[in-house]
Design a binder for this molecule. Structure first.
Ligand SMILES: *Cc1c(COP(=O)(O)O)cnc(C)c1O
Length: 357
């Protein structure tokens, strides 16, 4: 049976977007392809309030996390860890032999600018990684405030942002906040199938990358830029997905960016109110996410069984992330093209199954 996805990726993809992938194939060195990339790119720049390059990588978001940390660190990176995905930044740095330190907060907590300032002041760092949205815990960090602190006190630190589960669902002002690399994946708030990693890259990050020897091949930002200037990519891109992205961006802009951000906030509030009433929120109230909620399983029910029952009714939510949070929490994604009506529907199903109503 078809299940509507309320999991934090892949998210529900509308039929018209699935269909957009079946347009005839075009050569990736043809003018048709360059026209396509030249058409979709300004829409992505609009989404991110930027005039700087927005690259379309054919890979999942993790690939660009690796590419970004590998080609921006000359001295040492500081990785801020508040859950499983931010821990991934650290694993990636270690796996690539990149000098790195980490600062951890308890899962469910977020980072204040002051906490990051204190950590940055302890070492000679030239890269900082931040989670905009930590999908494992439902935490959203105050990126704008953190970036303002970094730009004021550590102007040369390159800021790498994991916005995988936030971009296209949450307002990110790339230029005004003076960010450096902001990464996403197509299967989260973009509501596309997986396979693309849309990434904004600043001039600061590009200049840094030029200085880094052995910066890797596939994600090499300066090489991406060379091809970007003629609306191409160095290697063959996922053309069908980019055709779907172009269609989806029309729909996103048609909805209106402010309307889209507000819809995400509205969906989040519905879930937060419901979770406070029947369960508890796992994340600190000061850092609640607009795109995914981690609900503490205060009733001690079987989340696996709940999801089985939901499946019979055509919906799917997520168990807690990893061995640490599985069965102790469950997650409801409210991102992408889902609507408040969808959210009320799935919460109503849970009410019925658990007997909450
Ligand atoms: C999903 C997710 C990732 C991993 O993205 P992939 O596209 O699976 O590589 C990384 N960070 C966050 C915050 C995520 O939600």
């Amino acid at each position: 049976m078809y299940k509507k996805l309320f999991i934090p990726g892949p998210t529900h993809v509308r039929k018209s977007i699935l269909d957009a992938q079946t347009a005839p194939m075009i050569g990736h060195r043809s003018t048709e392809y360059s026209d396509l990339q030249a058409e979709v790119t300004p829409k992505l720049q609009q989404l991110l309030y930027t005039e700087q390059p927005v690259f379309i990588f054919t890979s999942s978001g993790t690939g660009v996390m690796e590419g970004a940390i590998r080609q921006t660190v000359l001295k040492r990176a500081l990785v801020t860890v508040c859950g499983a995905f931010s821990d991934r930044w650290h694993q990636i740095a270690v796996a690539n032999g990149v000098p790195v330190d980490r600062i951890d907060v308890e899962w469910g907590q977020g980072f204040s600018p002051e906490a990051i300032d204190a950590a940055l002041s302890q070492g000679d760092y030239d890269v900082l990684t931040i989670m905009l949205n930590e999908t494992s815990t439902g935490v959203m960090n105050p990126l704008k405030e953190i970036a303002a602190m970094v730009r004021e006190k550590y102007p040369d630190v390159v800021i790498l942002v994991d916005a995988v589960s936030a971009m296209a669902g949450v307002k990110i002002e790339f230029d005004a906040w003076d960010l450096d690399v902001v990464i996403s994946s197509s299967q989260k708030c973009f509501a596309l199938p997986p396979g693309l990693a849309i990434t904004a890259v600043s001039e600061r990050a590009l200049k840094r990358a030029e200085q880094v020897p052995n910066r890797g091949y596939y994600y090499d930002f300066p090489n991406m830029l060379k091809y970007y200037k003629r609306s191409q990519t160095p290697a063959t891109p996922a053309v069908s997905l980019i055709q779907a992205l172009n269609q989806q961006m029309d729909d996103v802009l048609q909805e209106g960016l402010e309307v889209r951000w507000a819809r995400h906030i509205e969906m989040a509030e519905i879930v937060h109110v419901w979770a406070r009433k029947h369960w508890a929120l796992f994340a600190n109230e000061a850092y609640l996410s607009n795109t995914v909620t981690a609900v503490a399983n205060t009733r001690g029910i079987s989340i696996a069984d709940l999801n089985k029952e939901l499946g019979k009714r055509g919906a799917m939510i997520s168990n807690g992330y990893g061995s640490k949070l599985k069965e102790k929490t469950f997650r409801i994604a409210h991102m992408g093209d889902l609507t408040p009506k969808d959210i009320r529907w799935v919460l109503g199903l849970i009410d019925d199954i658990v007997g909450l109503a």
